[in-house]
Design a protein around this ligand. Sequence first.
Ligand SMILES: [Fe+2]
Ligand SMILES: [Fe+2]
Length: 195
Amino acid sequence: MRPEAIQIIKDEHLAISAVLYSLRYLVRAMKKGEKPNFPLLRAILDYIVSYPDRWHHPKEDKYLFAAVKRRTSEADGLIAKLEREHALGYPMMEDLKKQLVAFQAGDETAREAFFKTAEHYAELEWEHLRTEEDVFMPIAERVLTPADWAEIAEAFRENDNPLFGIKPKEEAETLYQRILSLAPPPMGFGAEAGR
Ligand SMILES: [Fe+2]
Ligand SMILES: [Fe+2]
């Protein structure tokens, strides 16, 4: 049977991809002259900072990558690359948040910088998610034991754990629903499509 952790991670990747898609869609539309939807852009950045950056990537570093490193050294180079990409993404989000504020205040240079960083970020993250699923996961599936997978699933399920009053997945879901509610229909991003 396929480990539950893989399904959880793939589901999270799917949600992250949908948000990246909407970010890139909006940037391209604005480049063609569409009026910026600042609340939607803000909601997208909030989502990325609150969920993938705070919960998804750190859990991969701490549990998934660590478990594979314990079982084999064959993926060391790949893991180092994936960890570097996580680290690269965090300051890019900080840049994007600052650029968005300046863009909204009417700064032309910040507008261009925001477009460039957003497209670069979306590309980088997509490539990253694909590498994790296509290259890293098959190695993990081969070397990890059912006990390893159970530990990883438990760590990822914690994202849902109301213990200590935190419910990151619920918070992420709320932010996600906000993105959907703000997104205009041409994005093909209706409430149904987001489920
Ligand atoms: Fe990752
Ligand atoms: Fe990931």
